[in-house]
Design a protein around this ligand. Structure first.
Ligand code: NAD
Length: 259
C-alpha cells in the first residue's frame, strides 16, 4: 500500500531501523537508509531493499551534524521525490552514574537521540506541507515514560522525543501529516547487547544477571520485543486508517510501563 511513497529512516543500517526499512520496502515504498557500519554490509542491505521495492539509496549523514541531516532530506527529495515518511530512529546509549557521566557523551546522546529528530522535522515539514500528506515517527523508548538509573542522557532525550512529538503533531494537524512515537521496551539489538558490559560494571553483576535481573526484570512477559514487531506498528501508522492517530506515544514493551 506504500507504492509511490518514499521513506527516510535514520539509523537503519542495524537493529530496529533496518527492520523499519525492510517492512516499508515490503509494502512497496522507496527507501533511503542511513547509519554507520561496514560499507560492503550496508551496500548488501541497500541492494536487498532495492530488490524488494523499486529503489533504495544510502546516505551516510551523521545525526550530530545539522548540515548533513538537512542535505540528506534534500537528497531524498531530489533523487527519490520524498520524503513522505520519515522515521527518526538513530540512537546511542551510555550507562554511567551522573557524577562521572562524561559531558561529551551527554552532548552526543542529546544530539543523536533528540536534536536530530528536530532537525529532521525542520527539513521535512516543507515537503509534508507541499504534499499535504506525511508520516513522522520517532523511535522513543519505555524510557520516554519512566526512568532507570545510570541512563540520564538517554532518559532525558527520550522524554524530549515524547514532547517534540506532541508539539509537531499540533503544528502539522491540518496538513494531512501525523507525528507519533513508538516506545519499545527491550529489543534484542546491538544497542542492547553493547550496554551489557557497562551495566555489569555499574551494577557489579554477571552477564546472565544483567539479562534476566535487569533487562527482562521490568518486562513482565520476560521476553524481548522483536525489531519486526516494532516495524509492524510503524507500518500501521503509515496506513490511511491511522490518519487520526497523531501526537501519540505507543508502548510496545511487554507490559513494562503498565507496572
Ligand atoms: P542499533 O545500535 O542496532 O542501531 C542504531 C543505529 O543508529 C545504527 O544504524 C547506527 O549506525 C545509527 N547511528 C548511531 N549514531 C549515528 C549517527 N551519529 N548518525 C547516524 N546514524 C547513527 O540500535 P537499536 O536498538 O536498533 O536502536 C534504534 C533506536 O531504537 C534508538 O533510537 C534506540 O534508542 C531505540 N530503542 C531501542 C531499544 C532496544 O531495546 N534496542 C528500546 C527502545 C528504544
Amino acid at each position: 500500500f506504500l507504492k509511490g511513497k518514499t521513506a527516510l529512516v535514520t539509523g537503519s543500517t542495524s537493529g530496529i531501523g533496518l527492520a523499519y526499512a525492510k517492512a516499508l520496502a515490503a509494502e512497496g515504498a522507496q527507501v533511503m537508509i542511513n547509519g554507520f557500519g561496514d560499507a560492503d554490509a550496508i551496500e548488501k542491505e541497500r541492494a536487498g531493499l532495492e530488490a524488494t521495492s523499486s529503489k533504495a539509496l544510502y546516505d551516510g549523514a551523521d545525526m550530530t551534524k545539522p548540515d548533513e541531516v538537512a542535505a540528506m532530506v534534500k537528497r531524498c527529495h531530489d533523487e527519490l521525490g520524498g520524503p513522505d515518511i520519515v522515521i527518526a530512529n538513530a540512537g546511542i546509549q551510555h550507562v554511567e552514574p551522573i557524577e562521572s557521566f562524561p559531558i561529551d557523551k551527554w552532548n552526543q546522546i542529546i544530539a543523536i537521540n533528540l536534536t536530530s529528530a528536530f532537525l529532521l522535522l525542520r527539513a521535512s515539514i516543507p515537503y509534508f506541507k507541499e504534499k499535504k500528506w506525511g508520516r513522522f515517527i520517532s523511535t522513543a523508548s519505555a524510557h520516554s515514560l519512566v526512568a532507570s538509573p545510570f541512563k540520564s542522557a538517554y532518559v532525558t532525550a527520550k522524554h524530549g522525543i515524547a514532547g517534540l512529538t506532541k508539539t509537531a503533531a499540533l503544528e502539522l494537524a491540518t496538513f494531512g501529516t501525523t507525528v507519533n512515537c513508538i516506545s519499545p521496551g527491550y529489543v534484542w539489538t546491538p544497542l542492547v547487547e553493547n550496554q551489557i558490559p557497562d551495566t555489569m560494571k555499574a551494577r557489579n553483576l554477571t552477564r546472565d544477571q544483567v539479562i534476566n535481573d535487569v533487562l527482562l526484570d521490568g518486562q513482565p512477559t520476560k521476553q524481548f520485543v522483536t525489531a519486526e514487531q516494532v516495524a509492524a506498528l510503524a507500518v500501521f501508522l503509515c496506513r490511511d486508517e491511522a490518519a487520526q492517530i497523531t501526537g501519540s506515544n505507543y508502548s510496545i514493551d511487554g507490559g513494562w510501563t503498565a507496572e
